[in-house]
Design a protein around this ligand. Structure first.
Ligand SMILES: CC(C)(COP(=O)(O)OP(=O)(O)OC[C@H]1O[C@@H](n2cnc3c(N)ncnc32)[C@H](O)[C@@H]1OP(=O)(O)O)[C@@H](O)C(=O)NCCC(=O)NCCS
Length: 199
């Protein structure tokens, strides 16, 4: 009886010991290691941008990006003290933010870490006054499309969005889909709360 009850608690415990927070300069080595590992396996991980594709460039870029900024931040996910995932958010303009660069270590995938990192970013963006959030996702990335749409992200017509001509050309060339979220929607906020409070 007792054993049954412990078994049923196990999945929840797995999620409970995953924490997410804004990364700081002290997390440089952890973030760099996750980023390089992710890029090795998934070279498209930096989305439509090309910067940071080797170790030295990644280190220089990350060093700057981990400083306290009003307009960009990395989320670091940890299981206990083990860094298991990173992801990025940047203010595009005004209350419009963009998210991407998601990576969960292969052996920790499908344990809710990607969803939790997205919920944490949306929460932090809300705190910073964000209202619209966009993401570029490869059409063949079913996992990420599943995660983003589960929060209410909707695929939008690239031509109808507010991007510059330059970005549109990039998106078309690389075949990224553009998703958009209305962060002021109460259903979205409820979803963010639910994922963060699930542990
Ligand atoms: C995308 C990524 C960050 C997701 O991380 P994760 O920690 O595994 O994500 P989660 O465990 O929170 O969620 C995975 C969800 O996708 C679902 N899923 C898994 N494989 C899937 C597939 N082939 N098709 C559709 N959904 C899938 C899971 O069932 C789960 O959803 P559920 O909780 O509703 O059941 C991770 O897969 C990754 O690092 N991928 C490589 C890099 C990448 O593609 N980054 C994104 C582009 S920048």
């Amino acid at each position: 009886m007792m054993e049954d009850s412990l078994k049923s608690q196990q999945p929840r415990q797995e999620k409970l010991d995953t924490t997410t927070r804004i990364a700081t300069p002290k997390d440089l080595e952890a973030c760099l290691s996750l980023r390089l590992e992710g890029l090795k396996n998934y070279p498209y991980m930096l989305g439509v941008t090309k910067e940071g594709i080797n170790e030295e460039e990644s280190k220089i870029e990350l060093k700057e990006e981990l400083l306290p900024h009003k307009n960009k931040f990395y989320i670091l996910a940890e299981k206990g003290s083990v860094p298991v995932g990173i992801s990025f958010a940047i203010r595009a303009k005004g209350d419009w933010w963009h998210v991407g660069r998601d990576y969960t270590k292969t052996e920790f995938m499908n344990q809710g870490i990607g969803k939790k990192m997205l919920a944490r970013r949306l929460y932090e963006i809300l705190q910073k006054g964000g209202a619209t959030v966009t993401a570029f996702i490869r059409p063949d990335n079913d996992t990420n499309i599943h995660i983003y749409t589960s929060f209410g992200f909707q695929e939008v017509d690239i031509m109808s969005t507010q991007y510059s001509k330059e970005t549109k050309a990039d998106v078309k060339e690389t075949g990224f889909l553009c998703f958009e979220l209305d962060l002021t929607d109460p259903d979205v906020i409820r979803r963010v709360d639910k994922v963060l409070n699930a542990g």
